[in-house]
Design a protein around this ligand. Structure first.
Ligand code: FAD
Length: 399
């Protein structure tokens, strides 16, 4: 989206880090309230004012087509593809497509800065948002910090630094707040490079997850919920540990996910120009959704560094999703042998490609819909977007 005119904007006093946030327990710590842009929080916060359709129109020129099932799931798109870097970046979350785009944006002079997330010196998983001015600084931000991250806490620096062309890397809740205030940032051009995001946690919750699930929590450098229905933990010594999804100690883990993530319906980052994830692609490959021309412009910068394939879709997710609803609700944990067996069977006959992505979206949206209905019944109507209501209505839900 090209900015037309910079809007003069109002400021309010940023909150202290210890102050309760306007969204209360639903705050996803996106960082907006750490800046004077808190003035706009009632309109901008994804958990106080869900406005996906309006902002899609603004960012992509149209909101998603509710008669098109692909739009319900993946949002507005010009094209989707499967890709991986020919030379993967060592230490990246997947093959490093996100970092490569961020670096090329600077190298090829498209932008003067890239907002990305490094980690603190003391803790590899503690996010440290920065405005990178060099490709090396973007590279140093590779790999997920799998915790809530205050990406937008750098917003005041953007305006003060006089930057005119900027790329911001972020997840859905951060993107929605950013889109709401983008006309006030003093930019000529903003590129939003998104990743999907689900089941995020605060730093303490991450520790509980690692301690409950991994054989060696302190040496985990990277983990991902993979398309083979297992979590893959990579350890400092390079070894890989896998744990089947169905063997997770659901009863212990149920409460670690942030309430914001339990009430989020923007898994696929609807408002980013380009989204880079993995779940719509076969194992080992990344999944790209180009939402508009700005997204295409970013992708074009790295196409010569990628191997690509068309997206595929195989299997039928519906029965697996329907069965997972009561199991999750009751916090059922399978014995490890049964969990492994179930993982192997589902991996052989289960959904693949875009159908796997739909499986994951359906499982999370049904769970989150129940969470919002039970905990915030007054919010259901306005907070759950129409596309999510349609997705959820395919299943029988308990009260
Ligand atoms: P890299 O080149 O390693 O770059 C990663 C980028 O992520 C860095 O630029 C960094 O700035 C940014 N980043 C790191 N931590 C955060 C954070 N906490 N918040 C915002 N930005 C951050 N994809 C799916 O398809 N399905 C999922 O369910 C899914 N869940 C995710 C959950 C979380 C919490 C996150 C952060 C990402 C998730 N993704 C998911 C995206 C996926 O894991 C990869 O990040 C994506 O495919 C890019 O891989 P890469 O190798 O190109 O990234």
């Amino acid at each position: 989206m090209t900015m037309t005119a910079v809007q003069p904007h109002k400021k309010a006093k940023a909150l202290k880090s210890t102050s309760r946030r306007p969204a209360k327990e639903l705050c996803s710590e996106c960082g907006l309230c750490d800046t004077y842009y808190i003035h706009y929080v009632k309109e901008a916060c994804a958990f106080l004012n869900q406005q996906v359709a309006e902002l899609e129109e603004k960012a992509h020129g149209r909101s998603r087509d509710l008669d098109n099932e692909d739009d319900w799931y993946f949002g507005v798109s010009n094209q989707m593809m499967t890709a991986r870097k020919v030379d993967p970046i060592p230490g990246a979350q997947w093959t490093g497509i996100v970092s490569t785009i961020g670096m090329e944006m600077l190298k090829q002079g498209k932008v003067d800065g890239v907002v990305c997330i490094q980690n603190t010196d003391e803790d590899r998983f503690q996010p440290k948002p920065i405005i990178a001015r060099t490709p090396e600084e973007v590279l140093a931000a590779r790999v997920n910090k799998p915790t809530l991250s205050p990406n937008l806490s750098v917003l005041e620096q953007i305006e003060q630094s006089g930057l005119k062309r900027l790329c911001v890397i972020g997840v859905g809740c951060q993107t929605q707040a950013l889109r709401s205030v983008q006309d006030s940032l003093g930019l000529e051009k903003l590129y939003v490079l998104g990743t999907p995001c689900v089941d995020n946690v605060n730093r303490a919750g991450l520790q509980t997850f690692l301690e409950t699930t991994s054989r060696s929590p302190d040496t985990v450098v990277h983990y991902e919920f993979m398309q083979d229905f297992r979590i893959h933990f990579k350890h400092e010594d390079g070894s890989i540990e896998t744990v089947p999804f169905f063997g997770l100690k659901t009863n212990k883990l149920k409460d670690i996910f942030a309430p914001s993530c339990m009430s989020c319906f923007d898994y696929t980052n609807s408002l980013a120009d380009l989204v880079v994830g993995y779940m719509g692609s076969p194992y080992g490959w990344q999944w790209l959704v180009v939402r508009n021309e700005t997204g295409q412009e970013m992708l074009d910068l790295v196409m010569d560094q990628l191997e690509t394939q068309p997206v595929i879709s195989e299997g039928d997710r519906h029965a697996a999703v329907q069965n997972s609803i009561p199991a999750y609700d009751k916090g059922v944990t399978l014995p490890m042998w049964a969990a492994k067996l179930m993982g192997v069977v589902i991996d052989k006959i289960g959904p693949r490609g875009l159908e796997y992505a739909r499986f994951s979206i359906d499982s999370h949206f049904t769970r989150n819909y129940l969470y919002v209905k039970r905990n915030y019944p007054d919010k259901v109507d306005a907070h759950v977007p129409e596309y999510a209501k349609r997705i959820v209505s395919q299943y029988d839900l308990p009260d």
